[in-house]
Write a protein that binds this ligand. Structure first.
Ligand code: DGY
Length: 426
């Protein structure tokens, strides 16, 4: 397909997956509103329908809880095609939501929407919408500081693999071993009736996911108790980098709006993270990786999240050089960057979800960070690989880094959005 055809196809996907104010990632596999999916989708809409881009984020924040928490799924309408649905989460909220969150990309996206509105001379028109969104973003980030970093380490402690967005990354394998699955009971998965089970997490992983949902539900989704007692508490390198970046963007928005008190508080979070994130640097591997807060043990896996340090705005000559060396080594092992797991890792599986496949949104963040760090060559390599995957295969949920085949759902909203906002270039 030509670029013009692909532009039209990507827009069509976003429109067709629209459900009136929000967009589903894929109508069959994921028929609700997902948190970080919607944020990336807004970037896609912003290339051809600015008001709709803002609405996507505003709709998501309509599901925010009073304590600032922003759920990872909003079940606006019932749909039997997904498990675990609203009744399994049983959060008792209106609208019905899940009880865990997802990587906080929204502040970074809103800053980008704001910049694009200002460049189009529409700042006056969008300022009230920005004014309305800012306190919600701020409340969510404050919630992260309180409930996902209770020991003030400067990292994000995920309480569920789904929270990280990288559901079945091998980074969670060892920390998940302590999850008791003996009372999970029988359940019927829906994901494997839509997709080949080779592309999805295993039964043991699903048992663990559900055991953690049951744990949260038993606490009445009390986030303080979950932060203190949850059996899975892993400092996720991906979320930690993403929140650090998002806090920098939120601070810029605070300054834009003259919110000095909030700006000062955000600066405090940034300083804490800039120091605390050191805890996630693995000297022997010479790489960034996640770490179990309950045991102190590193995951020991190099993943696509290991390359988000540039996006987070971290700069350290030695670590950056080591990260670039891993980038170049991996580029020599696969045809398409960036695999979600190092292909040299014995657990690498080219089509199984977050154990190998390339994800366009992660490439976007890696490429953006590299470009900002003035590493034009590597930034362009990631972008070109992403473009090529989409040009050859269409807009899949993810792709094999080895041969480029699509993996997971097709006509995927955030992949189409990344085409429009970044992969296709200018
Ligand atoms: C799923 O159901 O696979 C989702 O990733 C959970 O958020």
């Amino acid at each position: 397909m030509t670029t013009i055809d692909l532009n039209a196809a990507a827009r069509e996907i976003l429109k067709a997956n629209g459900r009136g104010g929000y967009t589903v990632p894929n109508g069959r596999v994921y028929p609700f509103q997902w948190n970080w999916d919607s944020a990336f989708v807004a970037l896609g809409f912003d290339t051809f329908d600015r008001p709709r881009a803002w609405t996507e984020v505003e709709t998501l924040f309509r599901a925010q809880w009073d304590d600032g928490f922003l759920p990872h799924i909003v079940f606006w309408k019932d749909d039997p095609g997904y498990f675990p649905g609203a009744s399994v989460w049983a959060t008792g909220k209106e609208p019905v939501t899940s009880g865990i969150t997802q990587p906080p990309v929204a502040a970074t996206v809103v800053r980008k929407l704001w910049k694009s509105a200002a460049e189009a001379d529409e700042a006056d028109h969008y300022r009230p919408r920005l004014e309305a969104l800012f306190p919600k973003l701020f409340a969510w980030h404050r919630w992260f500081a309180a409930y996902r970093d209770p020991d003030r380490r400067g990292v994000v402690v995920a309480t569920h693999p789904w929270e990280t967005g990288r559901d079945n990354s091998p980074e969670w394998d060892v920390p998940s071993e302590v999850i008791d699955v003996s009372n999970v009971g029988d359940y019927v998965r829906r994901d494997t009736s839509h997709l080949d089970s080779k592309m999805r997490p295993t039964k043991l992983e699903y048992d663990r996911y559900l055991a953690l949902v049951q744990f949260g539900r038993a606490t009445g989704w009390d986030h303080a108790r979950i932060a203190a007692e949850n059996p899975f508490r892993v400092a996720d390198v991906g979320m930690s980098m993403i929140l650090l970046r998002a806090n920098r963007d939120l601070a810029a928005l605070a300054e834009e709006l003259g919110r000095s008190e909030e700006s000062e508080e955000i600066r405090g979070w940034i300083q804490l993270a800039e120091r605390g994130i050191d805890w996630l640097w693995h000297d022997e591997l010479s790489a960034w990786c996640s770490r179990d807060t309950l045991t102190g043990r590193f995951s020991g896996h190099i993943t696509s999240a290991s390359f988000l340090s540039f996006y987070a705005g971290l700069a350290d000559a030695g670590r950056d050089a080591a990260t670039r060396a891993h980038f170049d080594r991996i580029a020599g092992l696969v045809d398409y960057l960036m695999p979600s797991l190092d292909p040299a890792d014995p657990g690498f599986q080219m089509i199984r979800y977050w154990r190998g496949p390339v994800w366009a949104v992660v490439n976007y963040m890696i490429g953006t960070g590299l470009a900002e760090a003035d590493d034009r060559e590597r930034a362009e390599k990631v972008r070109q690989d992403t473009l090529e995957l989409m040009r050859r295969n269409g807009f899949y949920e993810a792709y094999s880094p080895v041969d480029g085949t699509g993996s997971g759902g097709d006509d995927f909203s955030w992949t189409a959005a990344i085409w429009l906002t970044w992969a296709k270039g200018i």
